[in-house]
Design a protein around this ligand. Structure first.
Ligand code: C2E
Ligand code: MG
Ligand code: MG
Length: 636
């Protein structure tokens, strides 16, 4: 037997260890499982070599000692595959802790059974005549390979079942590792079985383990993978690892997210240099770790004890920044201070909350934000609500309610606003304030908007609009929808499918920024040419003002509830609004007052000849069945 392949394996392992320890500075944590597995592979290789030497020198080594070494080698083979399984389980720990601990226990028991069986059953050393092909045989070998295959089958089953949660590279890395192992043992089995009588033998299992370990190292465990290449700070991947570590070990750390925005346009410094200098500066702040998060933020981790007050850090950040950069940049920054990791369910939860707050606190003043348990609870509630809404949407639990709109001229209800609602599992209603903005952010509003429109088309299809006294139904459009290319054609296609006369539909829009306005106007034009009409919603809220009316081709202007309320409360507001109303009427637009709740308000609204009135005074938004009954009762 020759030991060439094993020696090559040893060389591979030495290279891995060398790199691992040289690059350790950028490791967030050493992945204990990888390290243990690498050490067992190394031990396995050494024992493999040792056993071959001992078998070949029966005159020097006691046969019992030789058999013991052979068995120890087999034990390390089982150990290597068991550690491989535990290594893969790491990713599942946060997802399903019960399953994780149960599997760790099972693996431990399998390992123990394997060791006991291997150590207690007899192994034989077979010497052949020329001494070239001495080998071992017996139950321990069969047990070892059976168990190894079993454990690897379990590993594959688990990573396939949980592939959604397993880090993708780990999935691939482990597959390569196992494939190498299977190929290695197959070659060993086949060659030794078929060609041993020709004097050809090969022991390739240990080498394949070493190569597998090398693949895992390069793909996953190389500490420099944790580095942000530009700034030299630790990267997001490292952050995820580090947070898990802090949570698992209950390390008492505080996390500070530093988000800065700055106008780089008048600065000579390029962005990469700028980030680099910020990293350097933060590293001098007596901190534990510095992570580069998204483009404009860093996360600094400090031990809680004995660190300087956050406001001092904030000032230092600013002062140092100017000192180091020698240029004047007006840097705005905000610090989110997370002092208590126990508020979070898991590392994933912490990262999600941090991300959410980072995005959603931008509208507030710059400065330092203590992230209290109330804030975290609020975000958790939002997450829960989002889950509920996503589920309702996925299950198609979308309903359209109708709020009647009264016409002063006709003295009856001539239209209604279609308002969307979702229903959760307990059949409770979820209101738009809980989901519209979120769905605008993640784009789901486009699908939802289509469903709402279809629902309104169906309503018009199923009812005799004239008989009910209805002129049209108002359908809210989100600016996100209107900015979509091809949006108008799509809605026209839907209307045609239901055979809807476009005069029965009036779309409500609000103001958009300049961005996307061209598309909005194009879509509006196509829809108007087809015969739909438009209202400007939320007039007076900052979402729509006089300026906007002039350039928007609308027929109706809807005064928002807040504006209507101040009309009744405040003399100056009513003066301003009276002139606005006469101007709008002068442009031949109709005016709607929204949010009319009292008799007093109704009387005034009628007196000043507001064209349409909508509000709880007449009716809240109601289901389509109730709406039809409402009309039948009130539009006689
Ligand atoms: P909006 O378009 O301005 O709709 C009017 C809102 O005011 C509705 O709230 C309505 O229930 C409420 N309202 C009407 N009269 C009164 C009143 O007398 N008192 C009070 N306190 N409130 C009144 P809702 O249904 O919760 O909708 C809120 C907002 O969500 C809507 O404001 C609209 O911007 C958006 N939204 C609703 N449905 C849709 C939809 O189908 N698509 C889109 N894109 N947005 C929608
Ligand atoms: Mg509206
Ligand atoms: Mg409105």
């Amino acid at each position: 037997m020759n030991i060439l392949l094993q020696v090559a394996g040893v060389a591979v392992m030495i290279v891995i260890f060398l790199f691992y320890f040289v690059e350790r500075k950028s490791a967030v944590r050493s992945n204990q499982m990888f390290l243990w597995q690498a050490i067992s592979i190394f031990a396995s290789l050494i024992l493999d070599i040792l056993s071959i030497i001992m078998i070949n020198k029966p005159d020097i080594f006691n046969i019992h000692l030789t058999k013991l070494v052979c068995k120890l080698y087999l034990v390390t083979v089982i150990l290597v595959v068991c550690l491989g399984l535990v290594y893969c389980l790491g990713d599942i720990e946060n997802i399903n802790f019960k399953f994780f601990s149960r599997m760790c226990m099972t693996t431990f028991i399998m390992l123990m059974i394997g060791i006991v069986l291997v150590m207690s059953t007899p192994i034989n050393v077979v010497y052949d005549k020329d001494g070239l092909n001495d080998y071992t045989e017996g139950l321990p070998i069969i047990i070892t390979y059976t168990e190894a295959f079993l454990v690897m089958a379990i590993t594959i089953a688990i990573i396939v079942k949980y592939r959604k949660y397993i880090y993708k590279k780990r999935f691939i890395g482990v597959f390569i590792f196992i494939s190498l192992w299977v190929v290695g043992s197959a070659i060993q089995g086949i060659v030794n079985y078929m060609f041993s009588n020709l004097g050809v033998t090969i022991l390739s299992v240990s080498l394949s383990e070493a190569l597998g370990s090398l693949v895992i190292y390069i793909m996953l465990e190389n500490p420099s993978l944790n580095e942000d290449k530009i700034t030299g700070a630790l990267n997001q991947r490292a952050f995820i690892d580090y947070v898990s570590l802090c949570m698992k070990k209950k390390l008492d750390m505080e996390f500070i997210l530093i988000n800065y925005d700055t106008d780089m346009s008048n600065v000579l410094l390029n962005y990469d240099d700028f980030s680099k200098s910020i990293t350097k500066m933060l590293q001098t702040f007596n901190v534990e770790k510095v992570f580069k998060n998204d483009r404009n933020d860093f996360i600094v981790v400090r031990k809680k004890e004995g660190t300087r007050d956050l406001s001092i850090v904030a000032n230092e950040f600013k002062d140092n920044f100017y000192k180091n950069n020698d240029v004047f940049i007006n840097i705005n920054y905000k610090l989110l201070h997370f002092n208590d990791l126990s508020l979070f369910e898991s590392s994933n939860d912490f990262i999600a909350v941090m991300k959410y707050l980072n995005v959603n606190l931008t509208s507030m003043d710059r400065g330092i934000y203590e992230i209290t348990d109330e804030i975290v609870n609020d975000v958790h509630k939002k997450f829960l609500m989002k889950k509920k809404c996503d589920k309702a949407l996925a299950n198609g639990n979308v309903e359209v309610f109708y709020q009647p709109i009264y016409s002063n001229d006709a003295d009856r209800f001539v239209s209604a606003e279609a308002l969307v609602r979702l229903r959760d599992d307990d059949m409770n209603l979820i209101f738009p304030s809980d989901f519209i903005v979120e769905m605008e952010h993640d784009g789901k509003i486009i699908d939802l908007g289509e469903k709402i429109f279809e629902s309104v088309c169906l309503f018009i299809c199923e009812h005799d609009m004239e008989a009910l006294g209805l002129h049209y139904i108002e359908v809210n459009l989100s600016t996100i929808q209107c900015m979509q290319e091809g949006f108008a054609d799509n809605f026209i296609r839907i209307a045609k499918r239901y055979g809807i006369n476009p005069k029965y539909i009036n779309f409500e829009i609000t103001e958009t920024g300049e961005q996307g306005k061209a598309n909005l106007l194009r879509n509006m034009q196509i829809l108007r040419e087809y015969g739909f009409s438009f209202s400007l919603d939320d007039f007076g809220t900052g979402n729509a003002n006089l300026n906007y009316i002039v350039e928007m081709p609308v027929e109706i202007v809807k005064f928002d509830k807040s504006m209507v309320d101040s009309y009744f409360k405040n003399g100056i507001a009513s003066y301003v609004m009276n002139s606005a109303i006469s101007m709008i009427k002068g442009l031949k637009y109709k005016v709607v007052f929204e949010g009319i709740e009292t008799e007093e308000q109704i009387n005034v609204a009628r007196a000043i000849k507001v064209d349409y009135i909508q509000g709880y005074y007449y009716s809240k938004p109601i289901s389509k069945e109730s709406f039809v009954s409402f009309l039948e009762a009130n539009n006689k």
